[in-house]
Ligand binder design. Sequence first.
Ligand code: ADP
Length: 328
Amino acid sequence: MSSKIKKIAVLTSGGDSPGMNAAIRSVVRTCAYMKVDCIAIYRGYQGMIEGDFKSMDARSVNNIINKGGTILKSARCNDFRTPEGRKMAHDQLVKAGIDAFVVIGGDGSFTGAMIFNKEYDFPVIGIPGTIDNDIFGTTFTLGFDTALNTVVECIDKIRDTASSHNRLFFVEVMGRDVGHIALNAGVGAGAEEILIPEENLGLDRLLESLKRSKESGKSSSIVIVAEGDKSGKNVFELKEYVEEHLPIYDVRVSVLGHMQRGGAPSCFDRVLASRMGVKAVEALLEGKTSLMVGIQDNKITLTPIEKAIKGHTKIDKELIRVSEIMTT
Ligand code: ADP
C-alpha cells in the first residue's frame, strides 16, 4: 500500500483500562504487517512532550495480550492543555519523523487529540479505552466487559457471605455519570435493586422494594449503587437510612473501587482490541484522520472524534425493564 504515512506512534492516555495492552499489540503488529515503522510513546501526552519514545517491532509486544493496565504507562498531562505544551509535543513528533498517532484513552484524551489535529493538521485516530462504556459511537469501549466480569465475580462472593448471615449489602461500583456497569453487572449478578445516575427511583421506592423482598422470603439482598446515583446519598448514608427505616435489616457496605480497573482482559476485550488496532492503522494509511474506532452491530466503525466526545451514550431501557422483571 502506498501511503504518505510511514511512521505511526501509539500511546495510552487518561484512566487505564483492561485491553489497552491488547490494543497496543494490535497497533504494533499491524504496523509490522503493513511495513510501516511504529513508535511507542510512554506516559501519554506527557511522554509526547518529553520525547519519551521507543521503536517497536512485532516482537516488542510479545506476551502482553493477557496483561491488565498498560505497558506504555498512562499519565494525566496538564501541559498538553496549553498551546505551548502542544507545540513542544509537535516538535518532538516532527523530530522523530512521526507522521500520525493512535491514542488509546477516554474522552479527555480524544479532546486533546482533536485539538492537536486541528492546530497542526496532524493525523490522529482514537481507540476508546475506558471501563465506563460512556463514549458515543461505540457499543462497547475497551475494558468494559472485563470490568463487568470483575464486578460480577465480586458480587457473587459478597452474596455468599450475605446469604450466610441474612444480610443486606450495598455494593458501590464505578460510574459517576453513567450506570452501564451498575446496570449490566446488577442484572448479571442478580441484584435486588440497581441505583444508577440516569434514573432517580427515590428512597421510598427502595424501602418498599426491600420490604417486599424480605416479605417474599428472600434471606439476603444485594443493592448495586453506581457512584453517581441520584438518591442524594452516598452508599454509607444509604446504609444508615435503611437501617433507620427498616431495622429488620443488618446492612453492610462494600466499595469495589479500583479493583474494577485491573486484571487480565476478558476474551471479548482482547478480540475487540485486536480488531480496533487493525482498523486504526488501516484508517491512517488510507489518509483518514480525527476519527474514533468503534464497534456497532458487531462491525468495526469509524466516528468523527468530535461526535464521539460531544455525543452521549444512553442507558439501555430494555435492560432496566428486564432488571425490574427479574427482581419480582
Ligand atoms: P480520559 O482520556 O480517560 O478521559 P483525562 O480526561 O484525564 O482522561 O484526559 C487525559 C489527558 O488528555 C489529559 O491529562 C490531558 O493531557 C489531555 N486532555 C484532556 N482534555 C484536554 C483538553 N481540553 N485539551 C487538551 N488536552 C486535553
